[in-house]
Design a protein around this ligand. Sequence first.
Ligand code: ADP
Length: 198
Amino acid sequence: MRIGLTGGIGSGKSTVLAMLRDLGAATIDADAISRATTASGGAAIPPIAKHFGADFITADGALDRDRMRVHVYAHPAARRELEAIIHPLVGAESERQVQAALAAGRRTIVFDVPLLVESGRWRQQVDRVVVVDCSPVTQVARVRERSGLDAAQVEAIIAAQAPRGLRLQAADVVIHNDGIGLDALRAQVESIARTFGL
Ligand code: ADP
């Protein structure tokens, strides 16, 4: 079974992911795969250089993120062209990791996808969407505690992510992580994990 795990910043997604891993799930980090394709030596570098020009590649062979950010901001079509290069490579690498996990005997694969609801394309690739949910007040408190950002900065990050209601609508399963401790969270995760064959 393929599970897509998501949640807003500070929801407890990383904590739940670690619990699922402890219960035997194989986990795949979509962001890390995406970053690796555009890092030095990444698979997306040659096609990006060919399509956009060598100016978009840094001296050490990585995507020049600042330059590309400015470029796609001014040219919306360029963003789609960049995504058309990166997405299939991310898809191929995740599939490679899935096959390796299956070959190692794992039957439950959890995709950690922070922007699952925002991106749209992940929905078809998983059997279930699991959303870790809590109130924005709790999100702000948790992120402030761990990061030293102030409330306004955390609220700006939350505002840039999908709204809570939209994320809940996309969920097949919701993990409620508000006003409870880690033991109660683990109990919820264990009971859900059993329905995933863990
Ligand atoms: P996310 O990955 O969604 O940004 P994390 O899993 O990193 O969030 O959680 C944010 C912080 O809140 C972490 O320090 C985590 O230990 C803490 N946390 C999350 N859920 C709980 C909980 N139910 N009880 C206590 N601390 C929690």
